[in-house]
Design a protein around this ligand. Structure first.
Ligand SMILES: Cc1ncc(COP(=O)(O)O)c(C=O)c1O
Length: 456
Protein backbone atom coordinates (compact mmCIF):
# COMPACT_ATOMS: atom_id res chain seq x y z
CA UNK A 1 0.00 0.00 0.00
CA UNK A 2 2.85 2.36 0.70
CA UNK A 3 5.10 1.37 -2.21
CA UNK A 4 5.44 3.17 -5.51
CA UNK A 5 4.80 1.22 -8.69
CA UNK A 6 3.60 2.00 -12.20
CA UNK A 7 -0.07 1.57 -11.21
CA UNK A 8 0.36 4.19 -8.55
CA UNK A 9 1.96 6.60 -11.00
CA UNK A 10 -0.90 6.11 -13.45
CA UNK A 11 -3.47 6.54 -10.71
CA UNK A 12 -1.78 9.75 -9.59
CA UNK A 13 -2.07 11.12 -13.13
CA UNK A 14 -5.74 10.10 -13.36
CA UNK A 15 -6.54 11.74 -10.05
CA UNK A 16 -4.66 14.90 -11.01
CA UNK A 17 -6.51 15.05 -14.32
CA UNK A 18 -9.83 14.76 -12.51
CA UNK A 19 -8.83 17.55 -10.15
CA UNK A 20 -7.56 19.76 -12.97
CA UNK A 21 -10.78 19.21 -14.95
CA UNK A 22 -12.90 20.09 -11.93
CA UNK A 23 -10.82 23.14 -11.01
CA UNK A 24 -10.76 24.54 -14.55
CA UNK A 25 -14.37 23.74 -15.53
CA UNK A 26 -16.45 26.80 -16.28
CA UNK A 27 -19.69 24.84 -16.09
CA UNK A 28 -20.66 21.72 -14.23
CA UNK A 29 -23.91 19.93 -13.45
CA UNK A 30 -25.90 20.91 -10.39
CA UNK A 31 -25.96 17.24 -9.32
CA UNK A 32 -28.64 15.32 -7.48
CA UNK A 33 -28.67 12.65 -4.80
CA UNK A 34 -29.78 9.06 -5.26
CA UNK A 35 -31.04 6.68 -2.60
CA UNK A 36 -28.36 4.57 -0.88
CA UNK A 37 -29.97 1.38 -2.27
CA UNK A 38 -29.79 2.74 -5.81
CA UNK A 39 -26.12 3.61 -5.39
CA UNK A 40 -25.42 0.20 -3.91
CA UNK A 41 -27.14 -1.49 -6.86
CA UNK A 42 -25.00 0.50 -9.27
CA UNK A 43 -21.60 0.14 -7.65
CA UNK A 44 -21.91 -3.15 -5.73
CA UNK A 45 -19.48 -4.02 -2.93
CA UNK A 46 -16.56 -1.62 -2.92
CA UNK A 47 -14.74 -2.53 0.27
CA UNK A 48 -13.72 -6.17 0.08
CA UNK A 49 -10.87 -8.25 1.56
CA UNK A 50 -8.87 -8.07 -1.68
CA UNK A 51 -9.93 -4.61 -2.84
CA UNK A 52 -11.59 -3.78 -6.16
CA UNK A 53 -8.55 -1.92 -7.52
CA UNK A 54 -7.94 1.80 -7.72
CA UNK A 55 -8.80 2.15 -11.37
CA UNK A 56 -12.16 0.43 -11.01
CA UNK A 57 -12.99 2.34 -7.82
CA UNK A 58 -12.04 5.62 -9.40
CA UNK A 59 -14.25 4.90 -12.40
CA UNK A 60 -17.16 4.21 -10.07
CA UNK A 61 -16.49 7.56 -8.47
CA UNK A 62 -16.25 9.44 -11.76
CA UNK A 63 -19.21 7.82 -13.46
CA UNK A 64 -21.69 7.39 -10.65
CA UNK A 65 -20.80 8.48 -7.14
CA UNK A 66 -19.48 11.98 -7.87
CA UNK A 67 -22.72 12.71 -9.73
CA UNK A 68 -24.81 11.93 -6.66
CA UNK A 69 -23.41 15.03 -4.95
CA UNK A 70 -24.79 18.55 -5.22
CA UNK A 71 -21.72 20.80 -5.52
CA UNK A 72 -22.13 23.96 -3.51
CA UNK A 73 -20.36 26.14 -6.04
CA UNK A 74 -22.93 25.97 -8.85
CA UNK A 75 -23.98 29.57 -9.62
CA UNK A 76 -27.66 28.63 -9.35
CA UNK A 77 -27.19 26.78 -6.07
CA UNK A 78 -28.60 29.49 -3.83
CA UNK A 79 -29.84 27.22 -1.05
CA UNK A 80 -28.82 27.16 2.62
CA UNK A 81 -25.44 28.90 2.75
CA UNK A 82 -23.74 27.83 -0.45
CA UNK A 83 -20.03 28.27 -1.10
CA UNK A 84 -17.67 29.12 -3.88
CA UNK A 85 -14.08 28.22 -3.08
CA UNK A 86 -11.53 29.95 -5.27
CA UNK A 87 -9.59 27.83 -7.70
CA UNK A 88 -6.36 28.78 -5.92
CA UNK A 89 -7.78 27.61 -2.59
CA UNK A 90 -8.96 24.29 -4.05
CA UNK A 91 -5.54 23.73 -5.61
CA UNK A 92 -3.86 24.29 -2.29
CA UNK A 93 -6.26 21.92 -0.61
CA UNK A 94 -4.55 19.26 -2.71
CA UNK A 95 -1.15 20.52 -1.53
CA UNK A 96 -2.38 20.48 2.07
CA UNK A 97 -3.43 16.84 1.73
CA UNK A 98 -0.23 15.84 -0.03
CA UNK A 99 1.95 17.44 2.66
CA UNK A 100 0.85 15.26 5.63
CA UNK A 101 1.05 18.04 8.17
CA UNK A 102 -0.11 17.55 11.75
CA UNK A 103 -1.48 21.00 12.49
CA UNK A 104 -1.89 20.80 16.24
CA UNK A 105 1.57 21.92 17.37
CA UNK A 106 4.18 24.31 15.99
CA UNK A 107 6.86 21.67 16.49
CA UNK A 108 5.33 19.56 13.71
CA UNK A 109 3.44 22.08 11.61
CA UNK A 110 5.41 25.33 11.85
CA UNK A 111 5.35 26.13 8.12
CA UNK A 112 1.66 25.40 7.70
CA UNK A 113 0.67 27.09 10.95
CA UNK A 114 2.73 30.15 9.98
CA UNK A 115 0.66 30.44 6.78
CA UNK A 116 -2.59 29.90 8.69
CA UNK A 117 -1.61 32.66 11.08
CA UNK A 118 -0.94 35.05 8.20
CA UNK A 119 -4.49 34.47 6.97
CA UNK A 120 -5.83 34.66 10.52
CA UNK A 121 -4.14 38.04 11.09
CA UNK A 122 -6.10 39.44 8.17
CA UNK A 123 -9.38 38.03 9.49
CA UNK A 124 -8.69 39.38 12.98
CA UNK A 125 -7.86 42.79 11.51
CA UNK A 126 -11.34 42.88 9.92
CA UNK A 127 -12.98 42.50 13.32
CA UNK A 128 -11.30 45.53 14.89
CA UNK A 129 -10.59 43.54 18.07
CA UNK A 130 -7.83 45.05 20.20
CA UNK A 131 -4.13 44.16 20.05
CA UNK A 132 -3.51 40.64 21.37
CA UNK A 133 -6.69 39.17 19.93
CA UNK A 134 -6.14 36.09 17.83
CA UNK A 135 -7.81 32.94 16.59
CA UNK A 136 -7.48 29.49 15.11
CA UNK A 137 -9.11 27.61 12.28
CA UNK A 138 -11.67 24.98 13.23
CA UNK A 139 -13.69 22.39 11.35
CA UNK A 140 -16.56 24.87 11.03
CA UNK A 141 -18.90 27.27 12.80
CA UNK A 142 -20.32 24.65 15.13
CA UNK A 143 -16.88 23.70 16.46
CA UNK A 144 -15.93 27.39 16.68
CA UNK A 145 -19.09 28.26 18.64
CA UNK A 146 -18.54 25.30 20.95
CA UNK A 147 -14.89 26.18 21.54
CA UNK A 148 -15.86 29.77 22.38
CA UNK A 149 -18.65 28.86 24.77
CA UNK A 150 -16.55 26.26 26.58
CA UNK A 151 -13.88 28.96 26.99
CA UNK A 152 -16.48 31.37 28.36
CA UNK A 153 -17.89 28.81 30.76
CA UNK A 154 -14.49 27.72 32.07
CA UNK A 155 -13.54 31.35 32.63
CA UNK A 156 -16.82 31.97 34.48
CA UNK A 157 -16.30 28.92 36.65
CA UNK A 158 -12.90 30.11 37.77
CA UNK A 159 -14.96 31.99 40.34
CA UNK A 160 -15.77 29.61 43.22
CA UNK A 161 -19.33 31.03 43.40
CA UNK A 162 -20.20 29.41 40.08
CA UNK A 163 -18.16 26.19 40.33
CA UNK A 164 -21.17 23.93 40.75
CA UNK A 165 -23.70 25.97 38.77
CA UNK A 166 -25.10 24.89 35.42
CA UNK A 167 -24.50 27.77 33.06
CA UNK A 168 -27.12 29.70 31.11
CA UNK A 169 -26.71 31.63 27.89
CA UNK A 170 -29.05 34.02 26.08
CA UNK A 171 -29.49 34.24 22.33
CA UNK A 172 -32.45 34.81 20.00
CA UNK A 173 -34.50 32.45 17.85
CA UNK A 174 -32.65 33.91 14.87
CA UNK A 175 -29.45 32.22 16.07
CA UNK A 176 -28.23 29.23 14.11
CA UNK A 177 -29.28 25.71 15.14
CA UNK A 178 -25.67 24.97 16.07
CA UNK A 179 -25.95 27.29 19.08
CA UNK A 180 -28.59 25.02 20.57
CA UNK A 181 -26.60 21.95 19.55
CA UNK A 182 -23.42 23.19 21.15
CA UNK A 183 -25.28 24.28 24.32
CA UNK A 184 -26.38 20.65 24.60
CA UNK A 185 -22.81 19.40 24.19
CA UNK A 186 -21.51 21.92 26.72
CA UNK A 187 -24.46 21.12 29.02
CA UNK A 188 -25.53 24.73 29.42
CA UNK A 189 -29.12 25.96 29.32
CA UNK A 190 -30.19 28.36 26.64
CA UNK A 191 -32.80 31.09 26.78
CA UNK A 192 -34.15 32.27 23.44
CA UNK A 193 -35.43 35.82 22.89
CA UNK A 194 -38.51 35.24 20.75
CA UNK A 195 -37.73 37.37 17.70
CA UNK A 196 -36.15 36.51 14.41
CA UNK A 197 -35.57 40.18 13.73
CA UNK A 198 -32.50 41.96 15.09
CA UNK A 199 -31.79 41.24 18.76
CA UNK A 200 -31.43 44.67 20.33
CA UNK A 201 -29.57 45.74 23.43
CA UNK A 202 -32.93 46.83 24.91
CA UNK A 203 -34.55 43.43 24.33
CA UNK A 204 -31.54 41.76 25.92
CA UNK A 205 -31.71 44.16 28.87
CA UNK A 206 -35.41 43.35 29.40
CA UNK A 207 -34.76 39.61 29.17
CA UNK A 208 -32.03 39.83 31.80
CA UNK A 209 -34.20 42.00 34.06
CA UNK A 210 -36.92 39.33 33.91
CA UNK A 211 -34.64 36.52 35.10
CA UNK A 212 -35.14 35.21 38.60
CA UNK A 213 -32.27 35.33 41.07
CA UNK A 214 -30.94 31.87 40.34
CA UNK A 215 -31.21 32.26 36.55
CA UNK A 216 -29.30 35.52 36.74
CA UNK A 217 -26.64 33.81 38.82
CA UNK A 218 -26.26 31.10 36.15
CA UNK A 219 -26.16 33.50 33.21
CA UNK A 220 -22.61 33.81 31.89
CA UNK A 221 -22.78 34.58 28.16
CA UNK A 222 -24.78 36.14 25.35
CA UNK A 223 -24.58 34.94 21.76
CA UNK A 224 -25.36 37.57 19.14
CA UNK A 225 -25.53 36.78 15.45
CA UNK A 226 -23.57 38.68 12.82
CA UNK A 227 -25.75 37.66 9.89
CA UNK A 228 -28.53 35.17 10.65
CA UNK A 229 -28.58 32.12 8.43
CA UNK A 230 -32.22 32.49 7.51
CA UNK A 231 -32.35 36.19 6.70
CA UNK A 232 -28.88 37.76 6.98
CA UNK A 233 -29.87 39.91 9.97
CA UNK A 234 -27.12 41.44 12.08
CA UNK A 235 -28.00 41.89 15.73
CA UNK A 236 -27.48 45.22 17.50
CA UNK A 237 -23.88 44.39 18.35
CA UNK A 238 -23.15 47.79 19.91
CA UNK A 239 -26.18 47.64 22.22
CA UNK A 240 -25.53 44.01 23.16
CA UNK A 241 -21.85 44.74 23.83
CA UNK A 242 -22.89 47.49 26.25
CA UNK A 243 -25.29 45.23 28.18
CA UNK A 244 -22.66 42.49 28.34
CA UNK A 245 -20.11 44.95 29.64
CA UNK A 246 -22.53 46.33 32.27
CA UNK A 247 -23.56 42.83 33.35
CA UNK A 248 -20.09 41.29 33.11
CA UNK A 249 -21.21 38.67 30.62
CA UNK A 250 -19.15 36.99 27.92
CA UNK A 251 -20.11 38.46 24.53
CA UNK A 252 -19.87 35.97 21.65
CA UNK A 253 -20.71 36.93 18.08
CA UNK A 254 -21.61 34.13 15.70
CA UNK A 255 -20.65 35.58 12.33
CA UNK A 256 -20.10 32.16 10.74
CA UNK A 257 -22.05 33.19 7.66
CA UNK A 258 -21.93 37.01 7.78
CA UNK A 259 -18.30 37.37 8.85
CA UNK A 260 -17.06 37.54 5.26
CA UNK A 261 -18.98 40.80 4.90
CA UNK A 262 -16.62 42.43 7.41
CA UNK A 263 -14.38 42.80 4.37
CA UNK A 264 -17.01 44.79 2.47
CA UNK A 265 -16.78 48.56 3.01
CA UNK A 266 -20.44 49.04 2.04
CA UNK A 267 -21.78 47.11 5.06
CA UNK A 268 -18.90 47.12 7.53
CA UNK A 269 -20.65 49.72 9.72
CA UNK A 270 -23.52 47.28 10.35
CA UNK A 271 -21.10 45.19 12.41
CA UNK A 272 -20.07 48.07 14.70
CA UNK A 273 -19.72 46.71 18.21
CA UNK A 274 -18.14 43.43 17.08
CA UNK A 275 -14.78 44.86 18.18
CA UNK A 276 -16.08 44.62 21.77
CA UNK A 277 -16.72 40.87 21.55
CA UNK A 278 -14.93 38.34 23.74
CA UNK A 279 -15.08 35.78 20.96
CA UNK A 280 -16.19 35.63 17.34
CA UNK A 281 -16.98 32.81 14.93
CA UNK A 282 -16.32 33.30 11.23
CA UNK A 283 -16.49 30.53 8.63
CA UNK A 284 -14.02 31.01 5.77
CA UNK A 285 -15.74 28.06 4.08
CA UNK A 286 -18.83 30.22 3.71
CA UNK A 287 -18.08 33.75 2.53
CA UNK A 288 -14.29 33.70 2.38
CA UNK A 289 -14.19 31.31 -0.54
CA UNK A 290 -12.32 28.52 1.22
CA UNK A 291 -12.99 24.82 0.57
CA UNK A 292 -14.60 22.68 3.27
CA UNK A 293 -13.90 22.50 5.98
CA UNK A 294 -12.69 25.76 7.42
CA UNK A 295 -14.21 27.67 10.31
CA UNK A 296 -12.50 30.09 12.66
CA UNK A 297 -12.81 31.11 16.29
CA UNK A 298 -11.23 34.35 17.44
CA UNK A 299 -10.70 35.49 21.02
CA UNK A 300 -10.10 38.90 22.51
CA UNK A 301 -7.92 37.16 25.09
CA UNK A 302 -6.56 33.91 23.64
CA UNK A 303 -5.01 33.01 27.02
CA UNK A 304 -8.52 32.27 28.32
CA UNK A 305 -9.04 29.80 25.48
CA UNK A 306 -5.70 28.20 26.26
CA UNK A 307 -6.68 27.75 29.89
CA UNK A 308 -9.87 26.01 28.76
CA UNK A 309 -8.59 23.87 25.89
CA UNK A 310 -4.90 23.10 26.26
CA UNK A 311 -4.54 19.32 26.62
CA UNK A 312 -2.11 17.80 29.10
CA UNK A 313 -0.35 14.45 28.78
CA UNK A 314 3.17 13.20 29.34
CA UNK A 315 3.39 12.37 25.61
CA UNK A 316 2.53 16.01 24.82
CA UNK A 317 5.08 17.66 27.13
CA UNK A 318 7.71 17.89 24.41
CA UNK A 319 5.43 20.15 22.35
CA UNK A 320 5.39 22.65 25.18
CA UNK A 321 9.12 22.49 25.75
CA UNK A 322 11.32 25.51 25.06
CA UNK A 323 12.81 23.86 21.97
CA UNK A 324 9.38 23.42 20.37
CA UNK A 325 8.25 26.89 21.20
CA UNK A 326 5.67 28.38 18.87
CA UNK A 327 1.93 28.85 18.40
CA UNK A 328 -0.02 25.66 19.03
CA UNK A 329 -3.50 25.83 17.43
CA UNK A 330 -4.75 22.88 19.44
CA UNK A 331 -4.58 24.99 22.61
CA UNK A 332 -7.42 27.26 21.50
CA UNK A 333 -10.22 24.91 20.41
CA UNK A 334 -11.64 21.48 21.08
CA UNK A 335 -9.61 19.42 18.61
CA UNK A 336 -6.13 17.93 19.07
CA UNK A 337 -4.99 16.40 15.76
CA UNK A 338 -6.01 18.78 13.03
CA UNK A 339 -5.53 19.48 9.37
CA UNK A 340 -3.93 22.84 8.62
CA UNK A 341 -7.25 23.80 7.16
CA UNK A 342 -6.41 27.49 6.92
CA UNK A 343 -3.67 26.75 4.40
CA UNK A 344 -5.88 26.83 1.26
CA UNK A 345 -7.28 30.19 2.39
CA UNK A 346 -3.76 31.53 2.92
CA UNK A 347 -2.68 30.52 -0.58
CA UNK A 348 -5.74 32.10 -2.13
CA UNK A 349 -5.28 35.33 -0.14
CA UNK A 350 -1.60 35.42 -1.02
CA UNK A 351 -2.39 34.79 -4.68
CA UNK A 352 -5.19 37.29 -5.15
CA UNK A 353 -4.74 39.86 -2.40
CA UNK A 354 -7.42 41.00 0.01
CA UNK A 355 -8.90 43.58 -2.41
CA UNK A 356 -10.19 40.79 -4.61
CA UNK A 357 -11.88 39.28 -1.59
CA UNK A 358 -13.59 42.59 -0.86
CA UNK A 359 -14.84 42.76 -4.45
CA UNK A 360 -16.13 39.19 -4.45
CA UNK A 361 -18.05 39.74 -1.20
CA UNK A 362 -19.43 43.06 -2.49
CA UNK A 363 -20.75 41.18 -5.52
CA UNK A 364 -22.77 38.84 -3.27
CA UNK A 365 -24.24 41.86 -1.51
CA UNK A 366 -25.00 43.50 -4.85
CA UNK A 367 -26.70 40.36 -6.18
CA UNK A 368 -29.05 40.41 -3.16
CA UNK A 369 -29.99 44.02 -3.92
CA UNK A 370 -30.48 43.21 -7.61
CA UNK A 371 -32.67 40.24 -6.72
CA UNK A 372 -34.67 42.46 -4.35
CA UNK A 373 -35.35 44.93 -7.16
CA UNK A 374 -36.29 42.17 -9.62
CA UNK A 375 -38.69 40.66 -7.09
CA UNK A 376 -40.31 44.05 -6.49
CA UNK A 377 -40.83 44.52 -10.21
CA UNK A 378 -42.02 40.94 -10.88
CA UNK A 379 -45.80 40.43 -11.08
CA UNK A 380 -45.87 37.00 -9.38
CA UNK A 381 -43.54 37.45 -6.40
CA UNK A 382 -43.00 39.89 -3.54
CA UNK A 383 -40.37 40.54 -0.88
CA UNK A 384 -41.04 39.22 2.62
CA UNK A 385 -38.52 41.74 3.99
CA UNK A 386 -35.79 43.86 2.46
CA UNK A 387 -32.65 41.90 1.50
CA UNK A 388 -30.15 41.74 4.33
CA UNK A 389 -26.50 40.95 3.64
CA UNK A 390 -26.78 38.40 0.82
CA UNK A 391 -30.07 36.81 1.92
CA UNK A 392 -33.38 37.51 0.20
CA UNK A 393 -36.70 36.17 1.49
CA UNK A 394 -39.59 36.31 -0.95
CA UNK A 395 -43.00 34.80 -1.50
CA UNK A 396 -44.78 33.59 -4.60
CA UNK A 397 -48.21 35.17 -4.40
CA UNK A 398 -50.88 32.57 -3.71
CA UNK A 399 -48.54 29.64 -3.07
CA UNK A 400 -49.03 27.09 -0.32
CA UNK A 401 -46.06 25.36 1.42
CA UNK A 402 -46.34 22.31 -0.86
CA UNK A 403 -46.03 24.51 -3.96
CA UNK A 404 -42.60 25.70 -2.79
CA UNK A 405 -41.50 22.12 -2.15
CA UNK A 406 -42.69 20.90 -5.56
CA UNK A 407 -41.02 23.85 -7.30
CA UNK A 408 -37.73 23.15 -5.50
CA UNK A 409 -37.76 19.49 -6.56
CA UNK A 410 -38.78 20.30 -10.13
CA UNK A 411 -35.91 22.76 -10.62
CA UNK A 412 -33.43 20.48 -8.93
CA UNK A 413 -34.48 17.34 -10.82
CA UNK A 414 -34.22 19.11 -14.15
CA UNK A 415 -30.68 20.23 -13.25
CA UNK A 416 -31.61 23.91 -13.42
CA UNK A 417 -31.28 25.33 -9.91
CA UNK A 418 -31.35 24.61 -6.21
CA UNK A 419 -33.42 27.14 -4.29
CA UNK A 420 -35.08 25.79 -1.15
CA UNK A 421 -37.98 27.01 0.97
CA UNK A 422 -37.68 28.25 4.52
CA UNK A 423 -40.05 29.61 7.13
CA UNK A 424 -40.37 33.17 8.32
CA UNK A 425 -42.03 34.06 11.61
CA UNK A 426 -44.91 36.38 10.93
CA UNK A 427 -46.48 37.39 14.26
CA UNK A 428 -47.35 34.09 15.89
CA UNK A 429 -47.34 32.03 12.72
CA UNK A 430 -44.61 30.68 10.50
CA UNK A 431 -45.01 31.37 6.80
CA UNK A 432 -43.32 29.16 4.20
CA UNK A 433 -41.38 31.38 1.80
CA UNK A 434 -38.52 31.12 -0.64
CA UNK A 435 -34.96 32.23 0.00
CA UNK A 436 -31.86 33.17 -1.94
CA UNK A 437 -28.42 33.24 -0.36
CA UNK A 438 -25.75 34.67 -2.65
CA UNK A 439 -22.09 33.77 -2.20
CA UNK A 440 -20.85 32.83 -5.66
CA UNK A 441 -19.74 35.96 -7.56
CA UNK A 442 -20.38 34.08 -10.83
CA UNK A 443 -24.14 34.05 -10.29
CA UNK A 444 -25.66 36.36 -12.91
CA UNK A 445 -28.70 38.59 -13.10
CA UNK A 446 -29.95 36.30 -15.82
CA UNK A 447 -29.75 33.34 -13.40
CA UNK A 448 -31.93 35.23 -10.93
CA UNK A 449 -34.44 36.26 -13.59
CA UNK A 450 -34.75 32.68 -14.88
CA UNK A 451 -35.33 31.35 -11.36
CA UNK A 452 -38.04 33.92 -10.64
CA UNK A 453 -39.67 33.23 -14.01
CA UNK A 454 -39.77 29.51 -13.19
CA UNK A 455 -42.24 30.23 -10.35
CA UNK A 456 -45.18 29.91 -12.67
C1 LIG B 1 -24.74 31.73 11.62
C2 LIG B 1 -24.22 30.32 11.56
N1 LIG B 1 -23.61 29.80 12.64
C3 LIG B 1 -23.13 28.54 12.64
C4 LIG B 1 -23.24 27.75 11.53
C5 LIG B 1 -22.70 26.35 11.58
O1 LIG B 1 -21.52 26.30 10.86
P1 LIG B 1 -20.89 24.92 10.35
O2 LIG B 1 -21.94 24.32 9.46
O3 LIG B 1 -19.67 25.36 9.63
O4 LIG B 1 -20.62 24.08 11.54
C6 LIG B 1 -23.88 28.24 10.38
C7 LIG B 1 -24.03 27.39 9.19
O5 LIG B 1 -24.73 27.73 8.25
C8 LIG B 1 -24.36 29.57 10.39
O6 LIG B 1 -24.96 30.10 9.32
Amino acid sequence: MHKIDIDLVEMTLDVMKYAIDRISATEHPIGKPKKAEELKNIVGDTVTPKGIGGEYAFNLWRQHLSKANVPVDHPRNLAFVPASPTRAAIMFDLVTSASSIHGAYWMEGAGGIFCENEAMSWIVSLTGLPEGAFGVFTSGGTAANLSAIVTAREHWREDETYKREKGLIITSIGAHSSIKAMAKVADVDILLVDSEEELSGDALRKTIDNLNFHQRKRLFAVVATGGTTNAGIIDDLEGIAQVCEDEKLWFHVDAAYGGGALAADSVRHLFNGIERADSITIDPHKWMFSPYDCGAVIYKDPELAKAAHSQQGSYLDIFKDEGAHGFNPTDYQIQLTRRVRGLPLWFSLATHGTDRYKEAVERGLELAQIAGKMITEHPDVELVRDPSLSCVLFRRKGWQPEDYTEWTYKNHKSGFALVTPTKWKNGDTFETVSRFCFINPDTTEHDIQMILDSMK
